[in-house]
Design a protein around this ligand. Structure first.
Ligand SMILES: *[C@@H]1O[C@H](CO)[C@@H](O)[C@H](O)[C@H]1NC(C)=O
Ligand SMILES: *[C@@H]1O[C@H](CO)[C@@H](O)[C@H](O)[C@H]1NC(C)=O
Ligand SMILES: *[C@@H]1O[C@H](CO)[C@@H](O)[C@H](O)[C@H]1NC(C)=O
Ligand SMILES: *[C@@H]1O[C@H](CO)[C@@H](O)[C@H](O)[C@H]1NC(C)=O
Length: 325
């Protein structure tokens, strides 16, 4: 089957990002859920921050980073919940085989340290959800994804497919994929604790062609750890992408090694199609504070509350196998 470049682009954003274009009604529904859970989300965030000021990084093993001052209080509590949806796929760089159960997925990738503090709420009850496996993956400071390091982060996607001779239909059906290797950097997963919280250390992402800076997230409410260390997930999977404020991104992108990525221009949130879709009615932007209380370029703590529907309709799940088709 032959597709024009324009058709491929729209097909891709359709199939790989938003397989089901969200109806106005669905957006309104999510916005309403987000609003309804506002008070709980705010409390939840407050609790997490309290926890951080008292226990942060005590006995953090090999983490040499030390908090210098009392952790500052984030001054605008983010009440919006980022509502994930079971019907969105994870994009072309999803690679469940390389996802690893761990709380530090940086693997010494250079860049600004980022601690992600993620809370998960049940959107039906607005209560925290314990034991939800939160699966995260993103590109490195210069735009490369592990397991796909042989692919240029600067080549527009339709051109990339053409170069490697992969048919879009095969990619979408899962018959073909773009992976090139078994590296695992900047991929990790960890379950939420009894309070519905988890945290992951990583390196602040850079950017690749045609996309704003983002982190992919999937949440599984039904999962089992297999003997070989891979995870088998039930069929309830929620997927989304998390973003950062442009001011923060500009500040960080001005630093090495991010600033060495000069081959392409960075796509801003304001023109990113997925950001536009996701931020309609609910908030996928992480709330941030500088880890040392002073300077974001020394390290960032990011907070977000994810809303998932554990009773909701499901999409293909599967960790440990090929990407969901
Ligand atoms: C967040 O929610 C709390 C509790 O409902 C409210 O007091 C506060 O003003 C809200 N903050 C913002 C920034 O909306
Ligand atoms: C710290 O890292 C070293 C080398 O990577 C490893 O051998 C050691 O087990 C780690 N210690 C902890 C507490 O994680
Ligand atoms: C990002 O990953 C690619 C592929 O492994 C590597 O060539 C590049 O040096 C990495 N970026 C940085 C800043 O280390
Ligand atoms: C791990 O075990 C599961 C279940 O036995 C199997 O399906 C999967 O292929 C294994 N994965 C690896 C990487 O060995």
């Amino acid at each position: 089957m032959k597709f024009s470049a324009v058709a491929i682009t729209s097909l891709l954003s359709f199939a790989l990002a938003h397989p089901e274009v969200l109806s106005i009604r669905e957006l309104q529904r999510r916005s309403a859920i987000s609003k309804r859970c506002e008070a709980t989300a705010a409390n939840f965030n407050r609790k997490r921050m309290a926890k951080r000021t008292t226990k942060r990084w005590a006995g953090a093993g090999n983490t040499t980073y030390q908090i210098q001052t009392e952790a500052p209080y984030y001054n605008s509590i983010q009440n919006d919940t980022c509502v994930l949806t079971p019907t969105v796929t994870g994009g072309p760089y999803i690679w469940p085989r390389s996802q690893t159960l761990r709380q530090d997925m940086s693997e010494s990738q250079p860049g600004v340290p980022l601690w992600m503090d993620i809370g998960v709420l049940d959107v039906n009850t607005c209560e925290p959800l314990p034991n939800v496996l939160v699966n995260l993956w993103h590109c490195n400071a210069t735009g490369s994804y592990s397991s796909f390091t042989g692919r240029s982060p600067n080549t527009p996607f339709e051109q990339l497919l053409e170069e490697v001779g992969i048919d879009i239909a095969d990619l979408i059906s899962g018959k073909a994929d773009l992976h090139t290797d078994e590296t695992t950097f900047l991929r990790g997963m960890w379950p939420t604790n009894a309070e519905g919280m988890m945290e992951m250390k990583t390196t602040f992402p850079g950017f690749y062609v045609e996309r704003a800076i983002h982190i992919h997230v999937q949440a599984y409410t039904d999962w089992t750890l297999l003997e070989n260390g891979t995870v088998s997930s039930g069929n309830i999977v929620s997927t989304g992408q998390l973003f950062f404020d442009e001011d923060l991104s500009s500040q960080i992108m001005a630093l090495e090694p991010y600033s060495s990525h000069t081959e392409i221009d960075r796509t801003l949130n304001s023109v990113d199609s997925i950001f536009a879709g996701e931020s309609n009615g609910y908030n996928p932007v992480m709330s941030v504070i500088p880890a040392d209380g002073e300077d974001y370029t020394n390290g960032v703590i990011g907070y977000i509350t994810l809303g998932v529907d554990p009773t909701g309709a499901s999409s293909s799940g599967g960790s440990g196998g090929p990407p969901p088709s």
